[in-house]
Design a protein around this ligand. Sequence first.
Ligand SMILES: N[C@@H](CCC(=O)N[C@@H](CS)C(=O)NCC(=O)O)C(=O)O
Length: 307
Amino acid sequence: MTSSLTPILHEYQASPFSELVRAAFGLKGMAWQSVTIPNIMPKPDLVELTGGYARTPVVQIGADIYCDTAAILSALDHHQPEPSLYPPPLGALHKVMASWAGGPQFMAHVGAALGAMPAGALPEAFIADRKGRFGLDMAALARATPHLTTQALTAAHWLDASLADGRAFVGGEAPGHADLAFYSNIWFVRGNPFAAETTATILALPHLAAWYDRVAALGHGTRSVITAADAIAIAAAATPAPVTGRIDAPFTAGQPVAVRTDGSGDAPSLGRLAQCDATGIIIHRDGARCGTVAVHFPRLGQIVSPA
Ligand SMILES: N[C@@H](CCC(=O)N[C@@H](CS)C(=O)NCC(=O)O)C(=O)O
């Protein structure tokens, strides 16, 4: 059963951060709708909703648009609290681990996965997009691959050692955000046939391998497919949820701001500030096709400036 408040994941299949969110739907046993977005710029239908943010994935619930898995997982937990993505005893410490897995460790896994690919295996347009937006140089990545692989393997060993006491998941008996973040990095390497040797080395760690299967067994919840036009129409028909957070100094309510992802060359999202505190950033903006939407970002990793 879907409704106008069924979460919509704007994603593409090969995206590891999309896999993280798909697994979050699995953990929660949720129904969701999928919109396939391009894996390179331009992304006019996605940007219609976000106002600039163009990374993958984005989740939409009605007229609320959540950018970055950190904001997405918090939103899903709010939308359907049980089972929690932040179970005790780790609670919010899941976010700390997920931020490491999705930051330096993500680059290590990108190196292990993509750097192992022979020249010509990736489309030129993809290489040019990643270079222009994130400064990713494939030749430099290939040179760094042996080093980056050691960094990914170090995390794998730490994970295996943590699980050696018989716990089922990173924080104990219940899976959480940290599990999904570690899992999606390994999923990305595993999905690349050119990285088969690294995958085999990782999955030879017995506690990690059994844990990987347990996370995979969470599944992806119940997926249905809609178009980008459907998603925009759903936003246009909805009203953003009430805002509950604060606006911390030096910012003021309604102030026009730009929100830009640190380390990305993508355009900022512009809007009227509705929340800016440690729990996250919200701007309200008006799209020509989607109407008034609330665009949510995590506080970590986003630069807010007056616009
Ligand atoms: N911190 C972001 C990172 C997202 C990210 O880097 N996603 C990759 C794909 S998995 C991306 O946006 N690549 C460029 C693109 O898809 O256009 C998050 O947690 O969502």
